[in-house]
Ligand binder design. Sequence first.
Ligand code: CU
Length: 203
Amino acid sequence: MTTSHRIRAVLLMPAVALAMTGALSACGSSTTTTSSTPSATGATSAATTMAPKPTGQAGQLTVTDPWVKAVDTGMTGAFLIVKNTGTAEVHIVSASSPASPMMELHETVMDSSGSMKMQEKKGGFILKAGETHEFKPGSDHIMFMGVSSPLKSGTTATFTLKFADGSTLPVKAEVRTFSGAKETYVPGATTGSNPMATMTSHG
Ligand SMILES: [Cu+2]
C-alpha cells in the first residue's frame, strides 16, 4: 500500500521523482536479513541457505499433514496438526498466504439454535509446552478469505503462520478435494464484501 502511494506521489510530482527513486532503491538495498541463528541443533548449512530455520516460537512448532481444501475462488480452509515441542507457550496470532490477501484464524462454535458456525478465533491459538492441536474440518482451521485463482487438488498451496513473538513458520500444504462438515460463517468485523455467497461448502 505504501509503495503504491509513493508511486502515485512520484507520478504527480516529477520534481520529487529523483529523490523518491533514490529513497526507494536505498530502502531496497538495505533489506539484509539477520539470519545469524545459532544452530544448536546442528542444522545442515544447505537447509539454512534454502530457507532460514524458524526461530523463537515458530522453531518450537512441528507441523504434520498440512492440507488445503480445493476451491476455485472465494473462501477455503487449511488444516494441519501442530505440536509445541518446546518448553514455553506457543501463540499463533495470524496467518498469511500468497493465495489469499485476507486470512483469519477460525474456530467453529455451536450457536443457540444448535447449528455449527465458524468465526474468527479472537486472540489466536495458544499451545502450552508439549501440547498438540489439530486444525480439522468442522473445527478450528486457517481461513482463506479471498482466494482469487483456483487451488486445484494435487497442487501445493503455501501459507505462513505468525506467532506472538514475531517469528513466522512457512507451511507447504497439499491441496485436496473435500466435501463435508458444512458450517456457515459468522461474518466478523473485518469481513469484506459478501462472504456468505461463496461460503456454502466450506470444510
Ligand atoms: Cu472459516
